[in-house]
Design a binder for this molecule. Structure first.
Ligand code: PAF
Length: 276
């Protein structure tokens, strides 16, 4: 496994792979790799060069506290990559924000203003910049992203469709533990007790889904669910029924819809979603 810390070496290595006619799968991450990432790695098509990037991108954090507290552990991450037969890891050292070309007047699609875009000022712009930067350098044949970050996945598909039509985006189902908790690097910041209370997040999404399918109204279900979660130390930022295509609010029309949640357990922000 090759470990590369600077952009020039990455560019050279990618050029070499391409000149040998090899296909490349890119898996961008922010490190602290868990089972969810390993499933992303496993979705890289056979016989492709697996390139993993590990970089905690400050541009996508709206709070310095959140950025500073984001779990980091390169040594263990590299071991995980090794065990997963990753061909190359790109782990830039320090903050590369200045290296990322800042286009003027970036006009992100409307759906980035909903859900996480409402509260996390600049988050999707930061994701847009780093992903476009990586796509530009690597220009892979495939790139894998998880459906837990569904809104991010839509943005990435938009970037690929608009600027890199040759990249196939592989979307990967959310990986859950045995209690159905959606795996996230942030879970490591929770106490045992708080972690066990997060079971209620997916449980609630699932129960809303089955009630909706029986004909109940979302407004009522939402009210009841928020009360239940709040009473259990889960502070809801949003709990919405939205179109999976436009992310517009969906009231009670269920075709191609999902339920999306963001909440805080202690000080840790978690997101999840379920398709109807
Ligand atoms: O999903 C993530 O881990 C990050 O948002 C990504 C796509 C690696 C960009 O920093």
């Amino acid at each position: 496994m090759q470990i590369i810390h600077n952009k020039e070496s990455l560019i050279n290595k990618i050029r070499e792979y391409k000149s040998q006619g090899k296909k490349i799968t890119l898996i961008p991450t922010m490190g602290n790799l868990h089972q969810g990432h390993q499933v992303l790695f496993s979705k890289a098509p056979h016989n492709t060069i697996k390139v993993v990037t590990i970089y905690v991108n400050p541009l996508q954090f709206d709070s310095d506290d959140d950025y500073q507290n984001y779990p980091k552990g390169l040594k263990t991450d590299l071991e995980v990559c090794m065990q997963n037969n990753i061909t190359l890891v790109y782990a830039p050292k320090g903050d590369i924000s200045n290296d990322i070309v800042i286009e003027e007047n970036i006009d992100l699609p409307k759906f980035t203003r909903y859900l996480c875009g409402q509260k996390r000022e600049g988050h999707f712009l930061g994701v847009y910049k780093i992903v476009k930067y990586l796509f530009n350098i690597v220009n892979p044949d495939f790139a894998c992203f998880g459906k837990k970050d569904f809104q991010q996945l839509l943005l990435i598909k938009y970037i690929a469709n608009t600027y890199f039509p040759g990249i196939n985006i592989i979307d990967v189902d959310t990986v859950r533990d045995t209690n159905n908790i959606a795996l996230s690097s942030r879970l490591t910041r929770l106490s045992k007790e708080s972690l066990s209370s997060t079971i209620r997040i997916y449980e609630t999404l699932n129960s809303i889904k089955s009630e909706l399918l029986k004909g109940s109204s979302f407004v009522k279900l939402k009210e009841r669910s928020v009360d239940y979660l709040e009473a259990n130390n889960i502070h809801v930022e949003y709990l919405d029924l939205r179109s999976l295509i436009t992310l517009e609010e969906a009231s009670d029309k269920l075709k191609s819809c999902g339920i999306f949640i963001a909440c805080y357990v202690d000080d840790v922000r978690l997101i999840d979603n379920i398709e109807i």
